[in-house]
Design a protein around this ligand. Structure first.
Ligand SMILES: *[C@@H]1O[C@H](CO)[C@@H](O)[C@H](O)[C@H]1NC(C)=O
Ligand SMILES: *[C@@H]1O[C@H](CO)[C@@H](O)[C@H](O)[C@H]1NC(C)=O
Ligand SMILES: *[C@@H]1O[C@H](CO)[C@@H](O)[C@H](O)[C@H]1NC(C)=O
Length: 511
């Protein structure tokens, strides 16, 4: 009896002990000698970047703020990952740590040495003082603080700032074009003067840089100025800076549109309906930049059907011809696409009403770099009760997978924005699992969300033909093999058999 009790106790205590060790490890997170602190805000429309609101509107001003912070953190992370001797501390306002974390750390491959701190109350002077002093706690030697609205900040500038401090300076400043400064840094030997150094500044005026230099002189600090002068982005006049550094135009801030990409292979029965749904169920024709049908060499009337449809509607509907294979087809369409958002739709799936609005609002959540719709299947009234039950179960688990694991497949209609698509290097040119490989790449740069509202509906024909559990089981086996490291080419050959061999041979010959 006591044996059983001990066993149970042991089993229960293992996770508890693991938890405690984990906590302790977090508390004892090792600190580097240097820290870069970034001041930013959570991008809330109407609250952030208020001086840009008159020309851009609240949403776009917040989006500009989001992109600038993401851009600068990417640069700083790249620097920290390379140097390995520098911590990154994000000082935020107007949010919770959970939201900041969701926004700025991806689902997988998070970053070491990343700290989040709420900005202390008070004016900018108090905030800077607190961030500097808190930087010196522990065994840090050098603290550098930057704002998040200076797209021109490069790793060379960060390097120069730390080298200046390591070379013996007490204090370093980076001058901003508008009379303020974009960077301030201190060496620990100046720590006892931090209490006063930010006092008496006229923050927000063009006198700040000059006043700060004078203050340093009064306090007898050995101050050096960086060679690089940079512009911050505060007002309409600064927008070209954003455009240059982030390749983010004013139009891309205010109205972004969709390219819907549909790969086809002998889809004459369904393609017209699918196109009709995209057309009918978008909120407005102007939101659809184009529909691109990427045909892998249909032998039936698919291409003609697309052409017929394009004559009937006011949105551009294009056909491009591609090597067969969903990865190949989607990639060539994405390369031809000109919209700001990309939506990858299978030709047997119908999008819900106002899909563009729900998808865009999903991508607006800071942290979401892509998303999909919830999912359902169009079982018919004459399907057997057993088939319907099986499909209910498949649907249930699919939606759980999307919600709990941020793990949609192609059937769920995955969407993302073009700059993210480019960042992950695009879709892989593979015959199978192109969707899984893409989602795995998306996890490395952020989160994959869900569009709220009605589900996308996939035709049940595939399951009807193949047997619901057989198809789902096969998918499981393929995925498991993928996790075990079997190459997608091998898996595609298992899945498609000899049919694929001839396609592969033809593709190889062409390329
Ligand atoms: C910080 O956030 C709070 C609440 O969101 C706001 O009231 C305050 O003005 C912000 N302070 C600064 C300096 O941004
Ligand atoms: C994008 O959509 C907006 C409407 O939201 C429209 O006014 C604009 O012309 C479109 N942009 C492009 C480049 O087609
Ligand atoms: C649009 O979406 C609704 C709801 O999701 C769906 O019932 C309808 O069939 C769709 N419209 C078209 C034309 O497919």
């Amino acid at each position: 009896m006591s044996c059983v009790v001990m066993l149970v106790a042991a089993v229960i205590s293992v996770p508890v002990i693991a938890l405690i060790i984990n906590r302790a490890r977090k508390l004892r997170k090792p600190q580097n000698k240097k820290v870069i602190s970034v001041f930013t805000r959570y991008p809330s429309p109407g609250v952030t970047k208020t001086r840009l609101i008159p020309c851009l509107g609240e949403e776009a001003a917040a989006y500009a703020q989001r992109r600038m912070t993401e851009h600068i953190l990417e640069r700083i992370r790249a620097y920290c990952n390379k140097r390995r001797d520098t911590d990154l501390a994000v000082w935020y306002n107007g949010s919770s740590e959970d939201k900041m974390r969701f926004w700025l750390t991806p689902k997988v491959g998070g970053y070491n040495f990343l700290y989040f701190n709420q900005q202390p109350p008070g004016g900018l002077g108090e905030k800077l003082r607190e961030a500097t002093l808190s930087g010196f706690r522990g065994n840090r030697e050098y603290v550098v603080i930057v704002g998040s609205d200076i797209p021109g900040l490069t790793s060379d500038v960060m390097e120069e700032a730390f080298e200046t401090l390591e070379g013996g300076a007490d204090m370093v400043l980076g001058q901003a074009e508008d009379g303020g400064y974009y960077l301030v840094g201190f060496s620990k030997k100046a720590a006892h003067k931090i209490g006063e150094v930010f006092e008496g500044m006229d923050w927000g005026t063009d006198q700040v840089f000059v006043q700060q230099c004078e203050k340093a002189k009064q306090l007898d600090l050995n101050l050096l100025i960086l060679d690089t002068k940079l512009s911050d982005v505060d007002t309409k006049e600064d927008l070209p800076v954003l455009e240059n550094a982030l390749r983010l135009s004013r139009r891309e801030l205010t109205d972004r549109n969709w390219s819907v990409i549909i790969p086809t292979m002998n889809e004459e029965d369904t393609i017209a309906d699918t196109l009709q749904t995209v057309y009918k169920n978008c909120s407005s024709e102007t939101k659809i930049q184009e529909i691109i049908v990427s045909d892998g060499g249909s032998k039936d009337n698919t291409v003609q059907k697309v052409k017929d449809f394009s004559l009937k509607v006011n949105i551009p509907v294009k056909v491009i011809h591609s090597q067969p294979g969903r990865g190949f087809q989607q990639k060539s369409a994405a390369e031809a696409a000109t919209g700001d958002f990309l939506l990858f739709l299978h030709s047997d799936t119908r999008l819900p009403r106002n899909f563009d609005i729900s998808a865009e609002s999903c991508l607006k959540t800071p942290g979401n770099v892509a998303g999909s719709f919830t999912w359902s299947v169009d079982t018919q009234s004459d399907d057997s009760w057993f088939f319907k039950l099986q499909m209910k179960i498949v649907t249930y688990f699919t939606n759980k997978r999307i919600q709990m694991f941020e793990y949609p497949f192609g059937d769920n209609a995955i969407f993302t924005s073009r700059h993210v698509y480019e960042k992950i290097g695009g879709i892989k040119e593979v015959y199978l699992l192109e969707d899984v490989l893409m989602v795995e790449e998306l996890w490395k740069v952020g989160h994959v969300g869900i569009a709220q509202g009605e589900p996308a509906v996939t035709s049940a024909r595939r399951w009807r033909k193949g047997g619901a559990f057989r198809i789902s089981g096969l998918n499981r086996i393929i995925l498991t093999a993928h996790y075990l490291g079997v190459s997608t080419e091998t898996l595609a050959l298992w899945y498609y058999g000899d049919k694929l061999r001839s396609v592969m041979a033809a593709n190889k010959k062409k390329s």
